[in-house]
Design a protein around this ligand. Structure first.
Ligand SMILES: Cc1cc2nc3c(=O)[nH]c(=O)nc-3n(C[C@H](O)[C@H](O)[C@H](O)COP(=O)(O)OP(=O)(O)OC[C@H]3O[C@@H](n4cnc5c(N)ncnc54)[C@H](O)[C@@H]3O)c2cc1C
Ligand SMILES: NC(=O)c1ccc[n+]([C@@H]2O[C@H](COP(=O)([O-])OP(=O)(O)OC[C@H]3O[C@@H](n4cnc5c(N)ncnc54)[C@H](O)[C@@H]3O)[C@@H](O)[C@H]2O)c1
Length: 461
């Protein structure tokens, strides 16, 4: 058995930088990865989707350019180039991460799946069939999550796509059914529609984005409707059937009726499941929740001292920036003696539909449910000078503030660059600014940021 100072399982958005930091700090470190360095974000998640979304937006702008006085005759989507660009950018990010990791002194990278044999002992099965055992006093689990394939009748009998295989498609699907209306479903629905596919999006909840305020859902639903995406809400997928030579049919159950929808392809976007199956946690005392997430305390440590879990595998908000921040918290604790709780972290995220939805802190619904004494400031994008000038008037800016302290508690910005505008308010929240300070701040004209003055104008001082 080989001894290390630290073992990191999974080279995702937390494991990869974590392993590098440990090694550079002089700890003899082992990094185990069963698939590709960089994990979901670089290989099948953020990078390829945001790259495809950029092409899709270009197509959309070009198609609608006449409104700004620009005619583009003979517009064509060259999907081969679109796809090649997405793959090339993923490859570039992975190559750079790999070069960096492989060049790190004190870091051994082992390609294969890690399995726990006991609390601090793992075995790695190498591709060549050889197995090796390792032990370390510090073990970091960063095995992420993978697409959830629920046990729905017929699902194994059809050729479904997931976020891990959709890039294998070499042509734009004629009619893509997307099962599940979460972030993956929404982002893929819009981008494939903009490439020219027929798209039907199916969601069991009675509206899209049920965790967001209803006004956010209304904007996105209206945009999707305008762009010709068929959205079916209140529709639970209960069956999959092959249909004809190569098509696929889904059975949907609504509150009162059953229906069927047929398409050329189906993309499963039902959510994601933690990659703890096959990890051998049953050979350890490490506790998991019912869904299989590794349970950790607010300092990211499991119930077994010295064993930590970072990123999606531990449950909670599943975002790259959360996984990355997890590695900061743990590396500062292990290497600088600074113990910081995840509870101090302000949650922000951005859904990359067009318009984007940037979100930070509480929604209005959450403020109501928590019984907060709040006020709500809201400004439609059609009243924002920058939005009028660029022709991007869909959406709104909305902020929730505490009446007494005047501090900002949360924001939803739906618009072009909604994520960037949200981040300005996130900084204000982090700095403890009041809405009045933002109301009277001087922002350059005519930026979207400038309209943060106007957003707070509606509130009484
Ligand atoms: C389509 C899509 C789009 C997304 N877009 C965004 C976005 O725009 N913004 C955002 O913030 N988030 C986005 N996400 C979510 C984001 O990708 C994840 O939250 C993030 O990658 C989680 O990082 P992680 O380090 O926890 O795990 P991962 O990046 O999934 O890494 C886990 C790694 O562990 C490896 N592994 C698993 N089991 C073992 C084992 N037994 N032995 C060895 N290695 C193992 C896996 O192969 C993988 O490389 C998106 C996700 C998807 C699917
Ligand atoms: N821009 C971003 O930050 C971004 C983008 C993509 C993904 N992500 C991350 O990846 C995670 C996974 O995304 P996701 O969209 O797969 O999951 P999700 O959990 O966000 O959405 C899954 C959706 O599928 C629906 N669903 C489940 N079973 C169903 C059924 N039988 N019939 C109909 N609908 C059903 C659920 O109600 C839910 O709305 C997200 O939670 C997010 O954290 C982030």
């Amino acid at each position: 058995m080989k001894k290390f100072d630290a073992i990191v399982i999974g080279a995702g958005q937390a494991g990869l930088p974590m392993a590098g930091k440990l090694a550079r700090a002089g700890k003899k470190t082992l990094l185990v990865e069963k698939r590709r360095l960089g994990g979901t974000c670089i290989n099948d998640g953020c990078t390829p989707t945001k790259t495809l979304i950029a092409s899709a937006r270009m197509a959309h702008l070009a198609r609608n350019s006449a409104a700004l006085g620009i005619e583009i005759p003979g517009l064509k989507v060259d999907y081969e180039t679109v796809r090649a660009r997405a793959i090339a950018i993923s490859d570039r990010f992975r190559a750079s991460a790999t070069e960096n990791a492989e060049g790190t002194k004190g870091l051994r990278i082992c390609y294969g799946a890690a399995v726990f044999l006991e609390n601090k002992v793992i075995e790695v099965q190498h591709a060549a069939g050889r197995a090796e055992r390792f032990t370390a006093p510090i073990i970091v689990i960063n095995t992420g999550a993978s697409p959830l394939i629920p046990d729905i009748p017929g699902i194994r009998g059809v050729n479904y796509l997931t976020s891990e295989t959709v890039l294998d498609l070499q042509e734009i699907p004629r009619h893509l059914i997307i099962a599940g209306g979460g972030y993956i479903g929404l982002e893929y629905a819009q981008l494939f529609r903009r490439f020219g596919a027929g798209v039907t999006l199916i969601e069991q909840a009675d509206r899209l984005l049920p965790h967001e305020d209803a006004d956010a859902c209304a904007v996105i639903s209206e945009v999707f409707q305008k762009e010709g995406i068929a959205v079916m809400t209140g529709a639970k997928v209960t069956g999959f059937h092959p249909y004809g030579k190569s098509r696929v049919q889904l059975t949907l159950e609504g509150e009162r009726s059953e229906s069927r929808v047929t398409g050329s392809h189906v993309l499963l976007a039902f959510g994601r499941t933690p990659q703890t199956e096959g990890l051998g946690l049953e050979n350890t005392g490490i506790r998991r929740d019912e869904e299989g997430h590794v349970l950790v305390d607010e300092f990211l440590e499991t119930n077994v001292p010295g064993v930590f879990a970072l990123g999606d595998v531990k449950g909670g908000p599943a975002f790259t920036h959360i996984a990355y921040n997890d590695h900061y918290l743990l590396s500062r604790r292990l290497l600088n003696g600074k113990k910081q709780s995840v509870k101090e972290r302000l949650l922000s995220y951005c859904m990359f539909t067009d318009p984007q939805m940037g979100r930070v802190g509480v929604t209005e619904n959450e403020a109501i449910q928590a019984g907060l004494d709040y006020a709500c400031a809201k400004l439609p994008m059609r009243n924002v000078a920058r939005a009028i000038e660029t022709g991007e008037t869909q959406g709104f800016m909305k902020a929730i503030v505490d009446r007494k302290s005047k501090k900002i508690l949360g924001a939803s910005i739906i618009g072009e660059a909604g994520g960037e505008i949200m981040s300005i308010l996130q900084m204000a929240m982090m700095g403890g600014l009041t809405w009045e300070q933002v109301r009277y701040a001087t922002f350059a004209h005519p930026l979207y940021a400038e309209s943060l003055n106007n957003l707070f104008m509606s509130l009484k001082e």
